[in-house]
Design a protein around this ligand. Structure first.
Ligand SMILES: [Zn+2]
Ligand SMILES: [Zn+2]
Length: 346
């Protein structure tokens, strides 16, 4: 079978290997689709090498079921989460599941861009295989993981009642964050983004104002108008640029929160006036990744019609053309969300 892997330098390659078969407690899944994430692109650029695997937003059909697996059958339509925490260590006991030492060591084999992938026993046992409701199409399924990341972040920062929220950077995760904030009751959601295609996607999703950050005075004016000059409750940094994080600290209200949500560039520094942060009581909270309960919650919101995300997929590229998928995903003026499709796609 074929699978996509990182190749040097800065490219993705399609390779061949034998199809995995499930051991006891495991399942294998035939790929329907897997989203190309911004972190996959950063791995390609060599900017994010925590794990060498690519593809962590997969949906597909259960191909084979290993001995002892309950609740899953061949042919089931599923989303699979690649990382699972141990739920037993001190970090997990505090609810910081995505920072559990076990979390990033677990993974599907050989990653989500594969004709078929194997789901290890710990992932199966800890509910990382989610059966999709019939109402959830493949496009939507492939967005459950990034939407789950947005929900984990929102839980972590705590969304005040009738909150005002500004999302800086409307790539796929920024757009998902903005829509989720709206679905969870934010009274005003604004977004900044250079690419016109992505601003248009935000406007379709009910975002109140989309702004071009190359005109900072307009951004300031829109925030002032929405908050009677106070600044937003929550400013979300959904890109990796440190200059955007700095703007976020300036656009948030006294006692407000800056959420570091996009993967920062390796080695980047935040150049802010610490006394200003101190005196205004601005909290800076990072949030990384997501876990099964939040993904299940996003799935529920979609099934109940409270959140709509599938329309963010602009390109579906077959696995055979994975290089093209990665190229497109790196072009904000041409694509919003790019997914790579496999044999189970119908
Ligand atoms: Zn992702
Ligand atoms: Zn743990």
């Amino acid at each position: 079978m074929r699978f996509g892997r990182l190749a040097d330098p800065g490219s993705v390659a399609l390779d061949e290997r034998p199809e995995p078969s499930p051991g006891a407690g495991e399942v294998t899944v035939t790929l329907a689709a897997c989203g190309v994430c911004g972190t996959d692109l950063e791995k390609l650029r060599g900017n994010y090498r925590t794990a060498g695997l690519i593809g962590h937003e997969p949906v597909g059909r259960v191909a084979h079921v290993g001995e002892g697996v309950r609740g899953l059958s061949v042919g089931d339509r599923v989303f699979v989460h690649h990382h699972v925490p141990c739920y037993a260590c001190e970090v997990c006991a505090r609810g910081d599941y995505t920072f559990c030492p076990t979390y990033s060591k677990t993974n599907i084999d050989p990653g989500g861009f594969a004709d078929t992938f194997r789901v290890p026993r710990e992932n199966v046992e800890r509910n990382a295989v989610l059966r999709l409701d019939a109402k959830v199409d493949w496009d939507t399924g492939a967005l459950l993981e990034p939407a789950g990341c947005a929900l984990t972040a929102l839980r972590k920062v705590g969304l005040p009642e009738r909150a005002t929220v500004l999302v800086l950077g409307l790539g796929p995760v920024g757009l998902l964050y903005a829509r989720l904030a709206r679905a969870l009751g934010a009274s005003w959601v604004g977004g900044t983004e250079i690419a016109g295609l992505r601003r248009a996607a935000a406007e379709r999703g009910g975002i109140d104002v989309t702004l071009d950050p190359r005109a900072p005075a307009t951004v300031r004016a829109a925030v002032d108008a929405a908050t009677t000059g106070r600044g937003v409750d929550l400013a979300v940094v959904a890109t990796g640029h440190p200059s955007v994080a700095k703007s976020a600290t300036e656009l948030v209200r006294r006692g407000g929160t800056v959420n570091l949500f996009g993967l920062p560039e390796a080695g980047s520094r935040l150049d802010v006036d610490l006394q200003d942060l101190y005196l205004r009581g601005v909290r800076v909270i990072p949030s990384y990744a997501t876990t099964e309960p939040d993904i299940a919650e996003v799935h529920r919101l979609v099934v109940e019609g409270k959140l709509s995300i599938g329309d963010l997929v602009t390109h579906r590229i077959p696995l055979a053309r994975i290089e093209e998928a990665f190229r497109l995903a790196g072009r904000p003026e041409e694509a919003v969300k790019v997914i790579v499709t496999g044999a189970a796609w119908k």
